[in-house]
Design a protein around this ligand. Sequence first.
Ligand code: T4K
Length: 391
Amino acid sequence: MALEEFIARYKLSESVYVTRPTMPSREDYLRMLAPVWEQRWLTNEGPLHARLERALAEHMEVAHLSLFCNGTTAMLLALQAMDITEGEVITTPFTFPATAHVIHWNRLTPVFCDIREDTCALDPEAVEAAITPRTRAILGVHTYGFPCDVEALEAIAARRGLRLLYDAAPAFGVRCKGRSILQYGDMSVLSFHATKLFTTAEGGAVATRNADWDRRIRFLKNFGIADEETVIGPGINGKMSELQAAFGLLQLEQVGEEIARRGAVAAVYRERLAGVRGIRLFPEPADATMNHAYFPIRIIAGEYGADRDALNVALRKCNIIARKYYFPLCSHFPCYADLPSADPRRLPVAERMSAEVLCLPIYGTLSPDIAATIADAVASFPDVNETDEQR
Ligand code: T4K
């Protein structure tokens, strides 16, 4: 098949993005905002903010949950609340830049560590091998919502006296071994960015079962202010507004249905792509309930007959805007590339995943028919008989 024929067959009438936010109705949002207008209370722990904190803590089954203006600030302060002020933090290079950057912004050293092929999450054996006398904490990421190896990491952290923090930005609503994913580790951080399953446009949260850390987090995100005349430390502004909290309360009503709809899209992809030569699907973890926030696939170039990047370019010509989450690896950023732990030879799985993974569009309003067309385009791209250059 010629490339023109491929495009003619699979081109969608409108661009389909990797994700789209679930929107509450305008009427519902205006109704939710009515008390904000009446009371003229816009931020600083307002009533909607308090309602959303309670509702999310209950929904996610955690003792304490503190809302934030975004996930990055939440993660920055989570490290500070646990008093991690010097040394090294072990983390994954296969993540959004924020994960590595919060370590750097806290004047700590990120130590990149390899990942597992089946979940793209930290490889516990590599974590253990990366520990030095300067290691203070492990910062795992539940990549694509696949839970980290929580028991193994917990055992390592306990044995080696390290703090264990999770970047749970992609894992809203995920359950692992019968418990909310946020119940694992010392603290977990969520992102409520517009690209996330549950969104407040910008936003985030820190969850912990430790009341003392929760108290510190609350001071830190409000300039360290204890009362009108007392500032107990150098805090920052990490607060969420009432307008965002109102959006979040409506999102929470829709999130169960959103997950179910995404599950239906994932099922179409799984059915159509199972067994396609050179395409690997990630196994659904047996002991976790997924949120279907992402649908990553791996393209094994040698078997597929084309590489991930060629497929990605061709899909874009068909208005299918998939994403190479996560390329480049954080360990390739100029600010980290000179670290000994950034050496590609130490990160073989992460390097491979970064070259092979493509995240296909998935969101609740994506019709199963469009998902089927996308899957068919992926399956038939190797039939395009142009050279790589022509592609
Ligand atoms: N840790 C992890 C593992 C994370 O994934 C993130 C954020 C964080 C930490 C940090 O949390 P925050 O501080 O952001 O709360 C996006 C987001 O900017 C980023 O927040 C998110 N991860 C990451 C996975 O995705 P981009 O560069 O891919 O965004 P962008 O603008 O290209 O959007 C992707 C697609 O989403 C668009 O093609 C269409 C759709 N979209 C996007 C926006 C902004 C919409 O439909 N509506 C929108 O408003 O980074």
